[in-house]
Write a protein that binds this ligand. Sequence first.
Ligand SMILES: *Cc1c(COP(=O)(O)O)cnc(C)c1O
Length: 222
Amino acid sequence: MDIKAILDEIKAELPQTTRLVAVSKFHPASAIQEAYDAGQRIFGESKVQELEEKHDILPQDIEWHFIGHLQTNKVKYIAPYISMIHAVDSFKLLAEINKQAAKAGRVIPCLLEIHVAKEETKYGFTPDECMDMLNSENWKELTNVSICGIMGMATNTDDENMIEQEFSTLASFFENLKSTVFRNDDSFRELSMGMSEDYHLAIKHGSTLVRIGSKIFGIRNY
Ligand SMILES: *Cc1c(COP(=O)(O)O)cnc(C)c1O
């Protein structure tokens, strides 16, 4: 199948409230252009340098989402144009995004990365750590970032019950924040979860942004 046929197939499966982030990391600009020509506008990348090169040569109305771990010293490169940063995992990173967004005269939409999977990783807040950060209220002074929701990943496993449990945990935490900390903030509305192997389950649990790569573009070499 070509890229357009796969995109059509995926879009037909998504509820109206769920948007597709086509994860194009490690794939060439030509593949992105093909998806763009088929109507896709939101693309996800996870390396700053790679994103920079693609942003320079591809259509300027692409909405670039940064989905990987972002180092604070690299925020400045993407701040002028990035549409959303999915994996904010510390207050320090949020503060740096705020600083660079202010320099660029922008407000940058951000998602807080919540760690629920069984895999060991140094990235992401636990729900408790996230609550502590939000309760400290320092983030309210960061007027050049907009916290638009949360992002998470399920464990890489064949156990669908486990995946569903993790998505359900993410969804409950999202609803909890929406009805408490963000109850007066309409921009808090994104639940970013679901990848090629598990997006059907993510949709079932209310995902508003699915991040799909290999299903669209094929296997990556990395
Ligand atoms: C690579 C990546 C994806 C896409 O994964 P696929 O399995 O290729 O769909 C989604 N989210 C994040 C954070 C990623 O790094």
